[in-house]
Design a protein around this ligand. Structure first.
Ligand SMILES: [Zn+2]
Length: 476
């Protein structure tokens, strides 16, 4: 008997976690961090709805923190099973979970300080969700598996990863439950699905045939901007800014977005379309992530492989300067000449990007180029909305720089791309479950899938348990 309980990313987009129970064993699909308002998400993050020590395995779809970010907590609470992932996902987790642990530690210090300011000596220090050593501990539990290679998870459960095209190493997973008595049951978990024709990454693979489908629905009801001419638009922004004698400041997520930008800039330079353009990648995490990309050409699409072998290093080769040292970072701000600075964090919440913004937003010669989603109440969002004044590192500054927003870098399949992948399964799937989406997107995607012939589509609430039975002939 197999059953599933949805414990996260249920009618929301973070905290991905689904528990599979087969016979007497328990396997988690993902173990993600809830993100959002601090108090709300902290309460959801601190406890698991099951005994971590009794969990047998985790199958991890990809390294994004909303899918992997509670693995260190699992280890801290006694989990000693195996975490199955692709090799690139494991390597990205090594740096991303360490970074997440650092953020948790800093957060706890900050909260403790604030508490003690209010009531000196009265409160015990705030415990971080987990620490660096937990992030290191959980890495020992990883077992990496290549795409399209079946592996055994329990005596009655096998699994196989397929390409999800969403980030380096990302995968969807097919689970097959066979106990020798009843017909086998197959369940496909889409993970997060990427876009078609994304730079560097391969296209998402077709979803395997299955009895049950768990599918992400982030943009299940939305057509998003095409990613076709992004490189050309990036070129135009850089050229226009340089003609004014200004700098291009790009806040970008360290993993994925930064490498895409470097890849495009390198291609533009190689084609002779960008000349004498100094580019600085100012983020230690981005540098580490770039190293992981270099280790995994197996994850690249054909074009990236060709470009990588032709240039020797598609993310380097003199196209940009990686800046790890703090003094070198400060030196960029003393430069007078035009340059491009790519730095984190992607939503301008913290990190070195703040210094670059502080030094550059007041001049109309400069451009702040936004290439990623900016959450509500973030500095990035205030820049997108072109607020007249910005508060950066405690200083109120007038926003006089140009602000350019380039949509289309999204790493999530849109409505049409999700439909292209799900439609072929319509007559085969008994039940489809939508996860990882806001409710309006889920409703629209549900309608589309019903139109396509899916007989049973739902968006389960947190805590919903569903038995997954084999045997019955396919509906419709
Ligand atoms: Zn993701």
């Amino acid at each position: 008997m197999m059953q599933i309980t949805f414990h996260g990313a249920a009618r929301e987009v973070t905290g991905s976690l689904h528990l599979i129970e087969v016979d007497s064993q328990r396997v988690a699909l993902d173990c993600g961090l809830f993100q959002g308002r601090r108090r709300e998400s902290d309460a959801k993050n601190r406890t698991f709805p099951f005994d971590a020590a009794r969990l047998d395995a985790v199958i991890l779809s990809h390294a994004h923190i909303d899918h992997s970010g509670r693995l260190p907590l699992l280890a801290r609470q006694g989990f000693d099973g195996t975490v199955y992932s692709t090799a690139a996902t494991r390597d990205l987790c090594a740096i991303m979970l360490a970074d997440s642990a650092h953020i948790q530690e800093e957060d706890a210090k900050f909260l403790t300080k604030r508490l003690h300011k209010k009531r000196p000596g009265a409160e015990p220090p705030v415990d971080p969700l987990y620490e660096s050593r937990d992030a290191a501990d959980v890495l020992r539990l990883f077992h990496t598996v290549s795409l399209n290679r079946p592996f055994r998870v329990t005596s009655s459960l096998t699994a196989q990863f397929h390409e999800a095209g969403h980030m380096l190493g990302s995968a969807g997973v097919t689970l097959t439950y066979a106990n020798g008595r009843q017909p086998p049951v197959t369940l496909v978990f889409s993970g997060d699905i990427g876009r078609f024709e994304m730079p560097i990454l391969r296209n998402p693979a077709a979803l395997p045939e299955c009895d049950y489908l768990i599918c992400e629905s982030t943009y299940g009801g939305r057509k998003t901007q095409s990613n076709v001419d992004l490189k050309e638009r990036l070129e135009a922004v850089i050229k226009e800014t340089f003609e004014r004698g200004g700098k291009v400041i790009i806040p970008a997520f360290s993993v994925g977005r930064t490498q895409t930008l470097v890849y495009f800039i390198h291609q533009l330079m190689e084609a002779g379309r960008l000349k004498d353009v100094p580019v600085y990648i100012d983020s230690p995490l981005s540098i580490d992530a770039t190293e992981v990309f270099r280790l995994h050409p197996d994850c690249f699409d054909a074009e990236a492989r060709r470009f990588n072998s032709r240039t020797g290093d598609m993310l380097g080769g003199g196209c940009c300067t990686y800046v790890r040292d703090v003094e070198d970072s400060k030196a960029i701000n003393r430069r007078r000449r035009p340059c491009v600075v790519i730095s984190a964090s992607g939503m301008c919440e913290n990190g070195r990007i703040l210094h670059h913004l502080k030094n550059n937003v007041t001049s109309p010669k400069n451009t702040v180029l936004i290439v990623g989603f900016q959450g509500q109440h973030t500095l990035g969002r205030r820049i997108v909305e072109r607020e007249k004044h910005l508060k950066i590192l405690g200083e109120k500054l007038p926003l006089r720089a140009q602000v350019v927003v380039l949509n289309g870098f999204s790493a999530h399949a849109d409505r049409d791309e999700l439909r292209r992948l799900t439609q072929p399964l319509a007559r085969r799937v008994k039940r489809a479950f939508l996860v990882h989406g806001e409710i309006d997107q889920m409703e629209k995607m549900t309608a589309t899938m019903r139109e396509d012939g899916f007989v049973d589509v739902s968006a389960p609430e947190t805590g919903t348990t569903v038995p997954l039975n084999g045997g019955a002939s396919s509906p419709g």
